[in-house]
Write a protein that binds this ligand. Structure first.
Ligand code: 6PG
Length: 242
């Protein structure tokens, strides 16, 4: 696994780096093949999506991209809580990705059924390596508690699940969520953490600085075995690293 930590003055510079990084990875895919990405929710990914929609409408061959999600709240697609709605409004609706290339998690469905349906859909569309779907790219955020996707501290069994997706529950709101597991995340060729804001500084320092109990945090377990892991941080999130 290759790992890099990249620190930026602000979300705009972080977004610019991410956009170029994504463009390079998509363009490396041979003609006639698809590039598969699993999107994350959260305010940081939203800002990056808006940047892409504004500045990379024509610079990325969007038609080559198959869009999935790494996690979704169990809410209808029109809900303000929906990761699909957020990505659609901030990016997908504004670039030339055919609707047939967008595979949302159906947050409105029964969670236990949906995680099976979605795992099957991912297996159908994503190249299998040793029987596990291998995404070209997985985007991740980091919660203040060290969660990533919707795997929360205390739920490491979800990270280590034999399944591709699990039904999780937000520890405070008890909101049900469908989340990718470590089995899927650590199979990806490229994984990027996008983390901004001073509220993340302590967690970033624990995880990247291997401070006490760092390995109890789900985000610490993200190590794409055959892939590249990049951390994109703004100065505020990296405050304690310096
Ligand atoms: C979600 C995300 C979640 C998010 C982190 C960071 O569905 O909410 O997948 O893992 O990425 O909570 O969110 P912020 O970028 O908004 O801090």
């Amino acid at each position: 696994m290759e790992k890099s930590i990249n620190i930026f003055k602000n979300i705009d510079e972080l977004s610019g780096f991410f956009a170029q990084h994504l463009k390079t990875k998509v363009k490396a895919i041979p003609e006639g093949q698809f590039f598969s990405i699993a999107l994350s929710g959260g305010s940081t990914p939203r800002a990056v999506f808006q940047y892409l929609a504004l500045n990379y409408k024509t610079q990325i061959p969007w038609k080559k991209i198959l869009v999935f999600w790494g996690d979704e709240r169990c809410v209808p697609p029109e809900s303000e809580e929906s990761n699909y709605r957020m990505a659609n409004e901030s990016l997908l609706d504004q670039v030339s990705i055919p609707g047939s290339n967008i595979f949302r998690i159906m947050g409105e469905a029964r969670p236990s059924n949906e995680l099976e349906r979605y795992a099957k859909l991912v297996r159908q569309h994503i190249t299998l390596v040793n029987g596990i779907p291998q995404f070209n790219f997985i985007m991740l955020g980091l919660g203040n508690d060290g969660h990533t996707a919707s795997i929360f501290p205390g739920n490491l069994d979800f990270f280590n699940s034999e399944k591709l997706f699990e039904v999780a529950e937000h520890p405070q709101t008890k909101q049900k969520r469908i989340t990718a597991t470590g089995k899927l995340i650590n199979q990806a060729l490229n994984v990027a953490f996008l983390v901004t804001g001073e509220s993340k500084a302590e967690m970033v320092n624990i995880i990247l600085g291997h401070k006490e109990d760092w390995q109890k945090l789900p985000a610490s377990l993200v190590h794409p075995k055959d892939g590249e892991l990049i951390w994109l941080l703004d100065d505020k999130a990296a405050l304690m690293l310096k």
